[in-house]
Ligand binder design. Structure first.
Ligand code: FMN
Length: 169
């Protein structure tokens, strides 16, 4: 394989456009630290293994949730449902004084859990890996909740896709 000859700016443009056209479930990654809640919207989340049950999230080191999450060593990955669009839209307002004022949030094992989320995974921070601007945080599950009667909030091309009822088996 030869070294790439594509200009870096062009590479980034193509990458951005390509990723915009990948549909992604929207998550709220949250933590509590010293009595305060923190959270961001994220799409860079995935399961890692069933043994041990674990998942990863890629968190920008500049994001407000990053340092509290690392210091607390605990976080929750809330899989947002289509009915949680109001929560997602509120999280996206950078100047919102309290991101947790929309939706019913409760504390489970010390992390903010959205009651109406499709699923919520409370994790202990098991490993962290730095790459570029982000930390890849790996969480081992402490508590999990799931509801069958929800469809995931799905981000696509800077908007939301309605995928309810779209499954075929
Ligand atoms: C749809 C969507 C997906 C996002 N995914 C991620 C992500 O996976 N990781 C991340 O660090 N930030 C992600 N962000 C950006 C964060 O939600 C947040 O806006 C940014 O980190 C600034 O957060 P702060 O104002 O709390 O510092 C995403 C934003 C949107 C709108």
């Amino acid at each position: 394989m030869t070294d790439s000859v594509q200009e870096k700016s062009e590479l980034l443009d193509v990458f951005r456009n390509a990723m915009r056209h990948v549909s992604a479930t929207v998550y709220a990654v949250t933590t509590s630290h010293r009595g305060q809640r923190y959270g961001i919207l994220a799409t860079a989340v995935n399961s890692v293994s069933f043994d041990p049950p674990s998942l990863l999230a890629c968190i920008n080191r500049d994001a407000s949730v990053h340092d509290p999450l690392v210091q607390e060593g605990k976080f929750c990955v809330n899989v947002l449902a289509q009915a949680n669009r109001d929560v997602a839209e509120h999280f996206m307002i950078p100047t919102a004084p309290d991101r947790f004022s929309v939706g019913n949030w409760m504390d489970v094992a010390g992390a903010p859990v959205l009651e109406s989320a499709q699923s919520s995974f409370v994790c202990r921070l098991a490993a962290i890996h730095q790459f570029g601007t982000h930390s890849i945080v790996i969480g081992e599950l402490l508590e999990a909740r799931h509801r069958m009667d929800a469809a995931p909030l799905t981000y696509f091309d800077r908007g939301y896709l309605d995928i309810a009822g779209a499954t075929e088996h």
